[in-house]
Design a protein around this ligand. Structure first.
Ligand code: FES
Ligand SMILES: [Fe+2]
Length: 379
């Protein structure tokens, strides 16, 4: 299909059912929760519309599994971790981090005179990993198809300051992650005084070095927006001008993936910060947006503090304006596109490819005893 006819099709059938959480969530890594929220007790959580429980095994690795016990359905979130396994509070059955039932009181598969452990005693688990202060789960296929995206600046505290925050939203995953590609909302929503902008789309075959692992799997979406602006924007405009930050060009570079995007922001050619946008798909039209910023330190404490306020706190505030729009929109409405929506439409095409990769048989948590080896392969 040519680009034009694809675009035409987009126009006729705009984002059908993008709010259908089970059918329209792309295969990808998603944030299950913050790492510091998962200690030694099981935690109840809901992802992809499914009730789950998170806990840590003996080596401290996070486990995300079905919440209700395969025996009589008690909540494992009310149980406890015993000898590296999660123990159900009802009859004390235990499950290991692969979801296998490792212990039933009075039963043993090894001792012939005892009743064996029922083979159906098993909890489905998601592949997980931990990075950037988040517990991540892989959704869509048994084995992760690409690693968690790289943003090395978030792990370079000597040169970069970190800030992370989250917003709960009432919209779909796609509506959140396509927003970066929407140049037209920068002026009305974020008061960016734009005089002009150019949209850029990068060739899949030439990713930046830190995105090569994603690009190899077709999971990198490279794009950019060059804004020509009159001055720094928003309530911090006065502060920024006082600091001598009179930019005229704001370049946004996007390293998108099916579950989010890393945005690199440069002012007049000088890289200022990177912003990792990732999401927690809780349920239909219930998504948590996370933002993790790595802000370049300035020369001296005062300049670093100014950068933190200008880029960090202002991004936090700016994201709130997007959330207010999302919370009041219909996530599958719209469809009259302008030429300036081309990055959004391209991203939607990319995104749909990854929705289509979601395994038809098992879109939910995997029932696979090799979950641990997969986990370490991508950890
Ligand atoms: S319901 Fe979990 S052990 Fe019986
Ligand atoms: Fe925005």
């Amino acid at each position: 299909m040519s680009g034009d006819s694809r675009q035409e099709q987009e126009r006729i059938r705009p984002a059908l059912g993008v709010n259908d959480i089970t059918g329209q969530t792309a295969a990808s890594w998603y944030v299950a929760m913050r790492s510091d929220a998962l200690k030694d007790k099981p935690v109840a959580l809901k992802l992809f519309g499914q009730p789950l429980v998170a806990w840590r095994n003996a080596s401290g690795q996070p486990v995300v599994m079905e919440r209700y016990c395969s025996h009589l359905g008690a909540s494992l979130a009310k149980g406890k971790v015993v000898e590296g396994c999660i123990q159900c509070p009802f009859h004390n059955w235990r499950y290991d981090s692969t979801g296998a039932c490792s212990h039933v009181p009075g039963h043993s598969t090894a001792v012939p005179r005892l009743e064996p452990i029922p083979p159906t005693a098993r909890q489905a688990v998601y592949p997980t990993t931990e990075r950037y202060g988040f517990v991540w789960v892989w959704y869509g296929t048994q084995v992760p198809l690409f690693p968690v995206p790289e943003m090395p600046e978030a792990e370079r505290p000597r040169d970069f300051m970190r800030l992370s925050f989250a917003y709960e939203t009432q919209t779909s995953v796609l509506r959140i992650i396509e927003n970066f590609y929407d140049a037209q909302h920068a002026a009305p929503v974020h008061q960016l005084p734009i005089t002009a902008f150019e949209l850029k789309l990068y060739d899949e075959s030439s990713p930046p070095a830190d995105q090569e692992a994603l690009a190899r799997e077709g999971a990198w979406f490279g794009a950019g927006i060059d804004f020509h602006v009159e001055r720094y924007f928003g309530p911090m405009g006065i502060v920024s001008r006082a600091l001598g930050l009179n930019m005229s060009r704001m370049n946004l570079h996007f390293d998108g993936y099916p579950g989010g995007c890393i945005m690199t922001v440069s002012l007049d050619g000088d890289m200022k910060y990177r912003l990792f946008q990732c999401v927690t798909p809780v349920d239909k039209d219930e998504t948590v947006m996370h933002m993790l910023l790595a802000i370049k330190k300035g020369s001296g404490l005062a300049r670093s503090a100014a950068n933190f306020v200008l880029f960090g706190l202002q991004t936090w505030g700016a994201a709130g304006y997007d959330v207010a729009i999302w919370n009041n929109m219909k996530s599958d409405a719209g469809g009259a596109f302008s030429k300036y929506d081309q990055l959004i439409l391209k991203y939607r095409t990319f995104y749909r490819r990854w929705v289509n990769k979601v395994s038809q048989e098992q879109p939910g948590p995997v029932r696979d005893s090799r979950a641990d080896s997969r986990r370490s392969a991508h950890g």
